[in-house]
Design a protein around this ligand. Structure first.
Ligand SMILES: [Zn+2]
Length: 269
């Protein structure tokens, strides 16, 4: 719609423009609902939520050196600073959220999704799901999915079991709930080493094409390591992707994902 022409034609045209803007807003809302629904197939119905930024097509991780940065246990106050760092470098990451924290910081859950990041489940209370009985697993997962959906309108399709602890029972439940299980390749043990330089070094040293890097955005020491990790890996030709992009789109519920072959397969150890 050509705004300046309409204005010259008087009040009726102004009214028409207003109606047009209103219709356009409705269109956006409908589009948003469609986007959310597409990502939450087989899950609870999605409430309207923030519209993720339009994404450019993800890289082909079979050919280029991809790496997924993942952040567990948030959101927390330090998450806001991390989102600023990621935005300034145009890097997309994956956040595995504790349900309790998603309920406490819903605005940060929305900001994660608005920033084009992926948001996933990490249980409600950081429970050892691999050792938990069925009822406990269902409660931990359902409450987290609900908390994230209430905060953002988005229902996760991935779970990282705390401690990487899984079981046949958990695998069966995640398959039924539409959740892929995501583990990791590189662990700088940043929860133990609250030392920015140490975390930087460990990640830069251990990174491999196709790796999933495990960090925790609840530790400010880790958040401060992220700029040099990104800059150092980018200088080595790494491309940063979310976990589902790393595996070329949709993951299979119940399956475990640890890393993928990425970049020049001949050069992999
Ligand atoms: Zn954790």
């Amino acid at each position: 719609m050509d705004g300046p022409n309409l204005v010259r034609k008087g009040a009726a045209a102004v009214l028409a423009a207003a109606i047009c803007a209103w219709l356009s807003t409705l269109g956006q809302v409908a589009g948003r609902a469609g986007l959310v629904a597409a990502g939450s197939e087989g899950s609870l119905p999605a409430a309207p939520g923030p519209k993720p930024k339009p994404k450019k097509p993800p890289p082909d991780c079979g050919r280029v050196k991809c790496l997924a940065l993942t952040f567990d246990d948030g959101p927390a106050e330090s998450t806001g600073e991390l989102l600023g760092i990621l935005a300034s470098r145009n890097v997309k990451a994956t956040f595995f959220l504790i349900g309790e924290n998603a309920a406490k910081y819903p605005e940060l859950v929305r900001r994660e999704l608005q920033g084009g990041h992926e948001v996933a489940d990490h249980s409600y209370t950081h429970a050892d799901l691999g050792r938990a009985p069925r009822k406990k697993i269902l409660s931990e997962l359902t409450r987290t999915q609900d908390a994230i959906r209430r905060a953002s309108g988005f229902t996760p399709v991935m779970l990282r079991p705390p401690y990487g602890s899984t079981s046949k029972r958990l695998t069966e439940i995640t398959r039924n709930m539409g959740l892929a299980q995501v583990m990791w390749t590189v662990d700088p043990a940043d929860w133990e080493h609250r030392d920015t330089k140490y975390v930087e070094r460990r990640v830069l040293k251990s990174a491999k094409p196709g790796a999933i890097v495990l960090m925790h955005d609840i530790h400010p020491t880790t958040v401060r390591a992220v700029p040099k990790i990104i800059d150092g890996l980018a200088a080595q030709g790494y491309v940063f992707v979310t976990v589902s992009e790393l595996f070329g789109g949709r993951l299979t519920p119940g399956e475990e994902y640890v890393r993928r072959n990425s970049g020049d397969a001949q050069g992999l150890p």
